[in-house]
Ligand binder design. Structure first.
Ligand SMILES: O=C(O)CCC(=O)C1=CC=C[C@@H](O)[C@@H]1C(=O)O
Ligand SMILES: [Mg+2]
Length: 343
């Protein structure tokens, strides 16, 4: 799993656990549409000297992997902000693997996004389902819009070669993580020979070596998420080292976590692609009175104040809150056991 950037974090001591827990809140937010197998997004929110920050590794992630998400939360809540090069971030709409007839309705909360990312290769669905969904998404964004797909590594190289060529009929901006391994991505990229660009997501955020995919020439683009990569500074170093265009994306965060992603995107020297940071539109409830919803195809770069009433209204139950506090304690121990230079 990726390690937080050593140099960037070495100078900052780990805040004591008590400081993290003071005022920490756990929320359970309903989704509008089922996404990556969940209907509710749980997140732990904390208040640091720089403002609200988020720790929300998916519940199935182990402590070693989740510790990078905690390093990110601490970085955003406790470290001085980086210079911002832009005040708003163009975003894509994110389309879960819904039926074609539901596409327009599911995309409506995203407003006028020129780019849509379509989930494909959902277990239990067929290429015909993907073709219909991508066709419907193309219909919504029109001929000048951009359509990208995300298979979350579900295809073999042969399946991907067939599916990506078939879906290319709808003019794809890129295919995100079509296959699981770096070797498969490299083979697919060779076979496609530039017909469709390949973006790496899991091969970056869940890899022991997040730079391997770039070094192997297995992708044209890296998808970069602030929380799994250990925070804004670590993500910026990784992008520089990868030497590929980056798409900053969300981890299905609350608006607090999305503001971390927006600050990462704002600190990027260049931003070539629309970012996957419009996902507040997938939530049926959020923690802020003015959430980071996409408007006119962009989100603002600003910090988010969690709202006391919304935190109460969407508070997780006692058992889940204790589970998250325990997880925070364990991940804090993981970070504390690392030498400061590796934290
Ligand atoms: O990139 C986007 O449009 C939104 C974020 C997104 O798709 C994801 C967020 C969180 C978990 C992932 O399964 C998923 C992804 O694979 O990129
Ligand atoms: Mg992805």
């Amino acid at each position: 799993m990726p390690q937080p950037d050593a140099d960037a974090l070495a100078s900052r001591p780990l805040p004591p656990l008590g400081e993290l827990l003071a005022g920490a809140r756990v929320v359970a937010l309903p989704l509008r549409t089922r996404f990556r197998g969940i209907d509710t997004r749980e997140a732990l929110l904390m208040q640091g000297p720089q403002g609200w920050t988020e720790f929300s590794p998916f519940v199935e992630y182990d402590d070693a992997e989740s510790a990078a998400w905690l390093a990110a939360a601490i970085d955003f809540g406790w470290s001085a902000p980086l210079p911002q090069r832009r005040g708003s971030i163009p975003v894509n709409a994110t389309l879960p693997a819904v039926r074609a007839e539901d596409v327009a309705e599911v995309l409506a909360p995203f407003g006028a996004c020129r780019t849509v990312k379509v989930k494909v290769a959902e277990p239990g669905q067929s290429l015909a389902d993907d073709l219909e969904r991508v066709a419907a998404a193309r219909e919504v964004v029109g001929p000048t819009g951009r359509v990208r797909i995300d298979a979350n590594g579900a295809w073999s190289v042969d399946e991907a070669a067939i599916a990506v060529r078939a879906l290319a009929e709808f003019d794809l901006e890129y295919a995100e993580q079509p296959c699981r391994t770096v070797a498969e991505l490299a083979e697919l990229r060779r076979r496609l020979d530039g017909a469709v660009a390949i973006a790496a997501d899991e091969s970056v955020r869940k890899a022991d070596d997040p730079l391997r995919v770039a070094r192997a020439g297995a992708a044209d683009i890296v998808v970069v998420k602030a929380q799994p990569l250990g925070g804004i500074r670590a993500a910026l170093s990784l992008i520089e080292a990868a030497g590929l265009p980056a798409v900053i994306s969300s981890a299905l965060d609350t608006s607090v976590g999305l503001s971390m992603g927006a600050h990462l995107a704002a600190a990027m020297p260049t931003l070539q692609f629309d970012c996957g940071l419009g996902t507040a539109a997938l939530l049926a409830a959020d923690v802020a009175r003015h959430p980071l919803m996409p408007s006119g195809g962009a989100i603002e770069v600003r910090r988010i104040d969690a709202d006391a009433e919304l935190l109460d209204e969407h508070a997780a139950d006692d058992a889940r809150r204790e589970w998250w506090f325990e997880r925070l304690r364990r991940c804090h121990s993981v970070l504390a056991s690392q030498p400061p230079a590796a934290r």
